[in-house]
Design a protein around this ligand. Structure first.
Ligand SMILES: O=c1ccn([C@@H]2O[C@H](COP(=O)(O)O)[C@@H](O)[C@H]2O)c(=O)[nH]1
Length: 295
C-alpha cells in the first residue's frame, strides 16, 4: 500500500506538472444545451477526453462539492460519476468539502468522502480538534486529508493569524496557523495521511510554514488554491512561480505540493470568447500553468 502523498509525488513526476485542476461548475459559463446535470457531466467529460487526447494531464483534480450541491440532488450523482471517470483515467481526486464534526459525525463524513464518493482525499477543518480530524486518517489506506492551515481568502487573517502563546513562556508567541502545523505533524506522525491547505495568495506565510515543517523534519504536502494563470481570467491572483519559489526558499525538498486553479482552467474559453472551444482552451491554460510551474 502506497500512502496518498507518495502516490501523488509519483503522479506529479509522471505527468510532469503539479497542477490541481479544480472542477467547480458554474452553469452560466458552461456553453452547452440540456439539463444542468447533463451539461456539467458533458463539460467535464469533454475536458477529460481532451486532456487524454492531447496527453496534457493535471496531476490531480479537485471538485468542490458546493458547486454540485447547489445545482440539485441529482448533480451529486454526476459528481460521483465524474470522480469515478477521472480516477479510471489515473487522475487522483481531492474532494473539497471542508469537513469536520464531533468524532462519530466526522466518521460518517469520512465514509461519505472515501466510500460513497470514492475520492482519494478530502479537505477538512481543524477547528474541532483531534477527534474531529482523526476519522479522516485511515490507517492502511491510500486515502489522504488536507487540513485547512492558512487559507487563501482575506478572512483567513481573522483567526489564523491570531497571536497564540505556545508554551508556558509568555514570550513564545506565534500566529495560530503554526499550531495547526504542529497538530498536523503530531496527528500524522510521519505516516503520510495528512496534508495542509495553504493559499497561493500568501507566499510569505507559505515560506514560513515550509521552513517550520522542514525544521521539524516533517514536510507537509500542500494543496495550494488561489492561483491565477497569466492572461487568463479567473482565480485569486496567486502566482505559480512565486508560490514554488516560496517553498524552495523555505527549504522544501519534496515534490508533492499541488497548485490549484479552478475558474482559470475551467472557463479559460472566456479569454478569447470561444465558448465552442472550451475543452481545448482549458487544456491550453493547463499547459500554460504547467509551464509556469517549471522553475
Ligand atoms: O483556502 C482555500 C481553500 C479552498 N479554496 C477553494 O479552491 C477553489 C479556488 O477556485 P479559483 O476559481 O481557482 O479561485 C475553490 O473551490 C475554493 O473554494 C480556496 O480558494 N481557498
Amino acid at each position: 500500500m502506497t500512502c496518498f502523498y507518495d502516490r501523488l509525488e509519483q503522479r506529479i513526476a509522471k505527468c510532469g506538472n503539479p497542477v490541481c485542476m479544480g472542477m467547480d461548475p458554474v452553469l452560466k459559463l458552461i456553453p452547452l444545451e440540456g439539463t444542468p446535470e447533463d451539461r456539467i457531466k458533458r463539460f467535464y467529460s469533454d475536458i477529460l477526453e481532451c486532456c487524454l487526447k492531447r496527453n496534457v494531464q493535471p496531476a490531480v483534480v479537485k471538485p468542490n462539492s458546493a458547486y454540485y450541491e447547489c445545482v440539485s440532488v441529482q448533480s451529486m450523482l454526476v459528481l460521483q460519476q465524474l470522480i469515478a471517470d477521472y480516477r479510471s483515467a489515473g487522475i487522483p481526486v481531492i474532494l473539497d468539502a471542508k469537513r469536520g464534526d464531533i468524532g462519530k459525525s466526522s466518521a460518517a463524513y469520512a465514509n461519505a468522502a472515501y466510500d460513497v464518493y470514492r475520492a482519494d482525499a478530502v479537505t477538512v477543518s481543524p477547528w474541532m480538534g483531534a477527534d474531529s480530524v482523526g476519522p479522516f486518517i485511515r490507517e492502511d489506506s491510500e486515502n489522504g486529508a488536507y487540513v485547512l492551515l492558512r487559507t487563501s481568502n482575506k478572512g483567513a487573517h481573522d483567526f489564523q493569524d491570531l497571536p497564540v502563546t505556545r508554551s508556558d513562556d509568555p514570550r513564545d508567541v506565534a500566529e495560530a496557523f503554526y499550531s495547526v502545523a504542529d497538530k498536523i505533524m503530531e496527528w500524522d506522525a510521519d505516516k503520510g495521511y495528512l496534508g495542509a491547505v495553504v493559499g497561493a495568495t500568501h507566499p510569505e506565510e507559505l515560506e514560513k510554514i515550509t521552513a517550520y515543517t522542514v525544521a521539524h523534519k516533517h514536510e507537509i504536502p500542500f494543496l495550494i488554491p488561489g492561483v491565477s494563470i497569466p492572461g487568463v481570467p479567473g482565480g485569486q491572483g496567486g502566482d505559480a512561480k512565486t508560490v514554488l519559489k516560496a517553498i524552495q526558499n523555505g527549504g522544501g525538498k519534496r515534490k508533492f505540493h499541488v497548485l490549484n486553479s479552478s475558474s482559470g482552467l475551467n472557463f479559460a474559453w472566456q479569454r478569447n470568447d470561444t465558448p465552442a472551444n472550451y475543452a481545448n482552451d482549458c487544456v491550453d491554460a493547463l499547459e500554460k500553468l504547467a509551464e509556469a510551474c517549471l522553475i
